[in-house]
Design a protein around this ligand. Structure first.
Ligand SMILES: [Fe+2]
Length: 230
């Protein structure tokens, strides 16, 4: 038991930066990951007010509700309560998906001073040209699919690992990309929920989509691509 607690303490320390930890029951929980930049560092593309609320309130709410659902699931499993195990799946998908998606989203952004908006180089740049003709054509496709998405959701640039192909996909609500196919790896995910832009762009989602490219972290997307598709 002492060894288990020691492992937990060590994992908590290591996991803090990764948004991982254990709760009082010993369940693996998630916590809010730090951003690699200040809230105001993406201005004028995305306001500091939006970033702060988005990270501290919205992302935190998904985390709180996901951890709560995990505890309830643990209870239901221990009691053999199949009905509740099934009932909890939608809360786990929604809130767990919210955590997964936002954790990727923060890494997809970076200030202009850190290379935000600089076009992808190397093999990802070449793959974009091969699959979409040009970066401009890809941006247009993502913006058009993101603008057309009804309600709330996400628009993604993904690598289909099996087909070795780049694809643009959308998911609704907080569905993570994996719900569209187990071989899809997210390179870039853009949050098109109103909470991501309304305070600054009001109802004009296309303007938000146009400006977000100025702070896209293509270096991160390239690193993921090169790791998955060497
Ligand atoms: Fe969001």
């Amino acid at each position: 038991m002492a060894l288990r607690n020691l492992i937990k303490q060590k994992t908590n320390l290591l996991g803090r930066g990764l948004g991982l930890g254990f709760n009082h029951r010993g369940l693996q929980t998630v916590s809010l990951p730090d951003l690699a930049y200040d809230y105001g560092a993406l201005e004028p593309a995305i306001s500091g007010e939006i970033m702060k609320i988005h990270h501290q309130k919205h992302h935190q709410a998904y985390i709180t509700n996901y951890n709560k659902a995990l505890e309830q699931l643990d209870d239901a499993i221990n009691k053999g309560d199949a009905s509740n195990v099934v009932k909890l799946q939608s809360a786990i998908k929604f809130n767990g998906g919210g955590h997964v998606n936002h954790s990727i989203f923060w890494k997809n952004l970076t200030p202009v001073s850190e290379g935000g908006g600089e076009p992808p180089k190397g093999s990802l740049g070449e793959a974009i040209n091969a699959h979409f003709c040009s970066l401009e054509a890809l941006v247009q496709k993502v913006n058009s699919e993101g603008a057309a998405l009804q309600g709330s959701g996400w628009v993604w640039l993904a690598l289909d690992k099996d087909a070795k192909k780049l694809v643009v996909e959308t998911t609704t609500n907080q569905d993570p990309l994996v719900t569209k196919g187990p071989t899809l790896v997210p390179l870039l995910g853009i949050d098109v929920w109103e909470h991501a832009y309304y305070l600054q762009y009001k109802n004009v989602r296309p303007d938000y989509l146009k400006n977000i490219w100025k702070v896209i972290n293509w270096k991160y997307a390239s690193e993921v691509y090169e790791k998955e598709c060497p």
